[in-house]
Design a protein around this ligand. Structure first.
Ligand code: SF4
Length: 302
């Protein structure tokens, strides 16, 4: 499991097998305040990118052992569109994905490029983060590299909406006193009315963030959602979807999965079988995993 992790219980997508295109270190052209991967200098490309054939082999092996997950999610320890072989990877996934849907989670930084839009068109679902439509707040919350332009992102998303027939989801993550002002919210709502995404997810920090920043309350999120009237808004609240067929992971797989996405005890109980839960407890005892408290929830992470 060098390139795949999970399956992860995703709030909206079901059981999702994560595909990590940058397994060695965080590679992102943003350094978001809320990033759950920690602080890092921004980069323009993924260094030493893994060969797509090796990644595809691992995904095929997972499917042959566990069956098709609901979703094959292309992500990275950073930004997946910085991966130079994305064309070959998407082509390969489309050859054997069966009943699984393909999804990419991108920060949108490269969507201004026609080459990237052409690649992403071949996926079933594309989820793009857009945390602010105002230059000042965008820079504060996402801390992008100099090569990234907010206006190119917004224009790129608008064009992509016209070119893409799959499901386009926009994700907004709000950070207290950074991108949650009424001006911010109104500017985003106006842009999104032009884009017409299939869904807008509005959430806040709920995992350990890279910097000392604070989340909004659920009540505040619901109140902000009111500014997005006319749009298919989903306020992201922690919820428990019942999943059948719990998953068994080895100790190594548990550590690799929780490194990419910390889980709460409730998540662990819901997704993993008894044996895996026992292994998690042992790893905590050994000090390989630890508890982290965020926003009144306890997460388990290496
Ligand atoms: S875009 Fe994603 S991976 Fe990159 S810094 Fe922001 S949260 Fe982290």
């Amino acid at each position: 499991m060098k390139y795949t992790f999970g399956p992860v219980k995703s709030r909206r997508f079901g059981l999702s097998l994560g595909i990590d295109l940058s397994p060695d270190k965080k590679s992102c052209n943003f350094d978001c305040l809320y990033c759950e991967l920690g602080k890092a200098d921004t980069v323009r490309t993924i260094e030493n990118p893994p060969p797509p054939e090796e990644i595809l082999k691992e995904v095929e092996e997972f499917i042959s052992r566990h069956g098709y997950p609901d979703v094959l999610t292309i992500t990275a320890n950073g930004e997946p569109t910085l991966y130079p072989y994305l064309d070959r990877l998407i082509e390969g996934l489309n050859r054997f994905k069966g009943s699984s849907k393909t999804l990419i989670l991108t920060n949108g930084s490269t969507i201004g490029s026609g080459r990237i839009r052409n690649l992403l068109k071949n996926l079933d679902m594309v989820k793009i983060s857009l945390d602010s439509a105002l230059e000042g707040s965008f820079k504060k919350v996402n801390r992008p590299s100099d090569s990234v332009s907010l206006q190119e992102i917004i224009q790129g998303i608008k064009r992509f909406r016209q070119e893409f027939s799959g499901s386009l989801i926009i994700e907004i993550l709000l950070v207290r006193n950074v991108n949650d002002s009424i001006q911010d919210v109104k500017a985003l709502a106006e842009i999104l009315r032009e884009i017409k995404p299939d869904r807008v997810d509005i959430g806040t920090i709920d995992r350990p963030p890279a910097y000392r920043v604070k989340p909004l309350t659920d009540r505040e999120l619901f109140s902000i959602a009111g500014y997005f009237d006319g749009l298919p808004v989903n306020v992201v609240a922690r919820q428990t979807d019942g999943l059948e067929g719990k998953i068994r992971l080895s100790e190594e797989q548990i550590v690799s999965t929780l490194r990419r996405r910390p889980y709460t005890y409730e998540d662990i109980q819901e997704v993993f079988d008894e044996e895996t839960q026992k292994r998690v407890r042992q790893l905590i005892k050994k000090g390989i995993l630890r508890e982290i408290s965020v926003n009144n929830s306890t997460f388990i992470s290496p």
